[in-house]
Design a protein around this ligand. Structure first.
Ligand SMILES: Cc1cc2nc3c(=O)[nH]c(=O)nc-3n(C[C@H](O)[C@H](O)[C@H](O)COP(=O)(O)O)c2cc1C
Ligand SMILES: Nc1ncnc2c1ncn2[C@@H]1O[C@H](COP(=O)(O)OP(=O)(O)OP(=O)(O)O)[C@@H](O)[C@H]1O
Length: 305
């Protein structure tokens, strides 16, 4: 069996501290001619503990990103009630060491595990001293005094601070899905939109209007998106992402789409009538165009993103 340099955790969002941990594992593995391996939990440990938990990256997007950008192998531990109830020692000896042949285990300073999260870095250092594996604990990484964690990324998204979230993630927060059919009211009010249903397990940022970058099979396009329940014209409470492309008129249905949030423009509102809504959407389009022409995104367009 191979001996692995293992990084362990949930890795939701694969933020820049996660990325550093992964790069460390890859580097050490290379030096020792061993293989790096990311061990995470499926589902995320919070799903068992908190119903309705939502993720920064869906499981599928997380795996795709880890494989394409970091080229690291992934081993998912099935996380269920039985594993959640295990003491930390039992988890290490009966699960982790049984399924993965670990040479070195790497976790961050705040890694907690086992029943009631009683296991921590001290427990890992203690268990590793028995000689079963080496253990490396990585000190806290911060970004200009901002803590880097999945919870912090979510806090920023809940305030519409997508620029700061981008700094912690090292990429834009995005929503991926399949273009679905709306009620076609958008075309009637003068704004054709491309709609996707909000993914069930994905974290919901502050509802409202955003400047976005849309990736479709035919290319990338800037747009203005509303993420919300559209209270003016709709009565159901399901969250939809609706994008009006700024300079293109495309008819795409059933196609995979990725929508990256670039800048928050305003919160979603219930308007008194359709004329007020149309007036506001015109203002949103102007705001988005202004941002594109007068900020760093203007350079990106020039470079044909
Ligand atoms: C840029 C933009 C901003 C929007 N803002 C709001 C809003 O603040 N409140 C609202 O009720 N609906 C808002 N909408 C949603 C419209 O009500 C929606 O486009 C219309 O209901 C068409 O729905 P359909 O896709 O089912 O045809 C917005 C749509 C866009 C494209
Ligand atoms: N800022 C950080 N500095 C160092 N290590 C980190 C940091 N953030 C996470 N890690 C480590 O990365 C691994 C995966 O992190 P995990 O997803 O479990 O937690 P997290 O990013 O801190 O998220 P949450 O906010 O949900 O606790 C763990 O070993 C964790 O200790």
């Amino acid at each position: 069996m191979n001996k692995y340099i293992v990084v362990l955790g949930n890795f939701d969002g694969v933020h820049i501290a996660h990325q550093e941990l992964i790069k460390n594992a890859i580097l050490i593995a290379k030096e020792l001619s061993l293989k790096p391996l990311l061990v995470c939990f499926n589902p995320h440990t919070a799903f068992i503990i908190k119903e309705g938990h939502r993720l920064i990256l869906t499981r599928e997007d997380k795996i795709n990103l880890l494989k394409s950008e970091f080229k690291i192998d992934i081993f998912e531990i099935e996380f269920n009630n039985e594993v959640a109830m295990m003491g930390y020692g039992e988890f290490i000896f009966n699960i982790l060491l049984k399924v993965v042949d670990i040479h070195t285990l790497i976790t961050g300073y705040n890694f907690r595990f086992g029943h009631k999260r009683l296991g921590d870095t001290k427990s890992l250092a203690c268990i590793s001293s028995s000689g079963k594996f080496h253990y490396i604990c990585i000190n806290e990484m911060m970004l200009n005094y901002i803590p880097i964690s999945s919870s912090e990324v979510k806090r920023l998204l809940s305030m519409g601070a997508v620029g700061l979230a981008q700094k912690l993630l090292g990429r834009n927060f995005f929503i991926s899905g399949v273009v679905c059919h709306g009620k076609k009211l958008g075309a009637k009010i003068g704004f054709k939109t491309l709609n996707i249903e909000y993914p069930e397990n994905l974290y919901v940022p502050l509802l409202g209007v955003y400047l976005v970058l849309v990736s479709l099979n035919v290319g990338k396009f800037y747009g203005v998106a509303n993420i919300g329940i559209r209270p003016t014209l709709h009565t159901d409470n399901s969250i939809i992402v609706e994008v009006h492309l700024l300079e293109f008129d495309l008819e795409v249905y059933e196609e995979d789409v990725k929508i990256e949030l670039l800048q928050f423009i305003r919160p979603e509102r219930k308007f008194g009538n359709i004329e007020e809504l149309i007036y506001q959407i015109n203002m949103d389009v102007s705001a988005a165009s202004f941002i594109l022409k007068n900020t760093c995104y203007a350079t990106e367009i020039a470079n044909n993103v």
